[in-house]
Ligand binder design. Structure first.
Ligand code: ASP
Length: 314
């Protein structure tokens, strides 16, 4: 554990890390988002006496994450980062949409201090609860001098926000950084960073609408055997502004779906191709009719497209 005399703020948003089950052997039949963030901190003896401040920003199962919580979380994170007495911010979150929230916060805030997101694959009541160690590791990273950017820590592995993904449905080391590899590790309270801390230009909080229904509507469609253009045409009818296709392989799209996506693009909808492979990037070619989303997962590509639609002139 790093020594820090400066405050670390722990923001709670719910998730399995705050989940409870009736049976300690039950790791799937639990309810997420039951315990407050103060209770999560109190459950880790090694955190006692550290200059921590807790704030409950939301209490949700992150499968239900939405724009209102994103707006509030970005605002509260920015608020605490601006304080001179704060070394960094830790965010407890569900694993399901963690890669989306992490990516959003990195692009909007590009923080010069560490914002360390953590989560758990087992509820707090489990015999094998992973939340307490993950929370301790996250606080440790938040206290590392010189650390910066939005980071994700689970199972002793440190990831940068861009490129991190949930890659397993059940294992406690459920997260991967794909081709980039993890940023580092946290072992017995010692942080080793193998790569540079994330950097970037902050888009700025002012672009995120206060009202959830003022955010652009961007949907994800998947290419697969027997795909049709029906969902794309329905999306266009309701006025969708962007579409991300989770394409097969290196961005290939079923001919019937591609025809509908090209129609959508002609109507002014922004359409990007990502891959449903789970690893690798969509390699762009000069004659691509639908632009590549690069190495972003379909869910992160959707976040990036939302941000680009919100900040057309940036
Ligand atoms: N459904 C939970 C959530 O994302 C899963 C988890 O946290 O592991 O909140």
């Amino acid at each position: 554990m790093q020594n820090t005399s400066r405050t670390i703020v722990v923001l709670g948003t719910g998730g399995t890390i705050a989940g409870t089950a009736a049976d300690a052997a039950d790791n799937v039949g639990y309810t997420a988002a039951q315990l407050g963030v103060e209770a999560l901190v109190k459950a880790v003896p090694a955190l006692a006496g550290l200059p921590l401040e807790c704030e409950q920003v939301a209490q949700a199962d992150s499968k239900d994450m939405g724009f209102a919580v994103w707006r509030a979380l970005a605002q509260r994170t920015a608020h605490h980062l601006a304080r001179d007495d704060v070394a960094g911010v830790v965010i407890t979150h569900g694993t399901d949409t963690l890669e989306e929230t992490a990516y959003l916060l990195q692009r909007v805030l590009a923080p010069a201090k560490p914002v360390v997101m953590t989560a758990a694959m087992r509820p707090a009541t489990s015999m094998q609860a992973d939340g307490p160690q993950n929370l301790l590791d996250a606080v440790t990273v938040a206290g590392v001098p010189g650390a910066q950017g939005v980071l994700v820590v689970l199972a002793g592995t440190l990831h940068a926000a861009a490129g991190v993904r949930k890659a397993h449905t059940y294992r406690v080391d459920a997260f991967s950084s794909s081709d980039a590899g993890p940023l580092g590790v946290v072992e017995e309270g010692a942080v080793t960073a193998w790569r540079a801390w994330p950097q970037g230009e902050a888009l700025g909080l002012q672009w995120l609408p206060m009202e959830a229904d003022a955010w652009p509507q961007v949907e994800i469609v998947t290419s697969h055997a027997g795909a049709s253009g029906a969902l794309v045409r329905a999306a266009c009818e309701i006025g969708v502004q962007g579409l991300v296709v989770a394409a097969t392989g290196n961005g290939t799209v079923h001919a019937a779906l591609e025809a509908a996506l090209l129609e959508a693009q002609d109507q002014g909808v922004t359409v990007w191709r990502s891959s449903r492979c789970g690893n690798g990037r969509v390699l762009a070619r000069p004659d691509d009719m639908l632009p590549s989303a690069g190495a972003l997962t379909p869910a992160q590509a959707r976040v990036e497209l939302i941000l680009q639609l919100l900040t057309p002139s940036v």
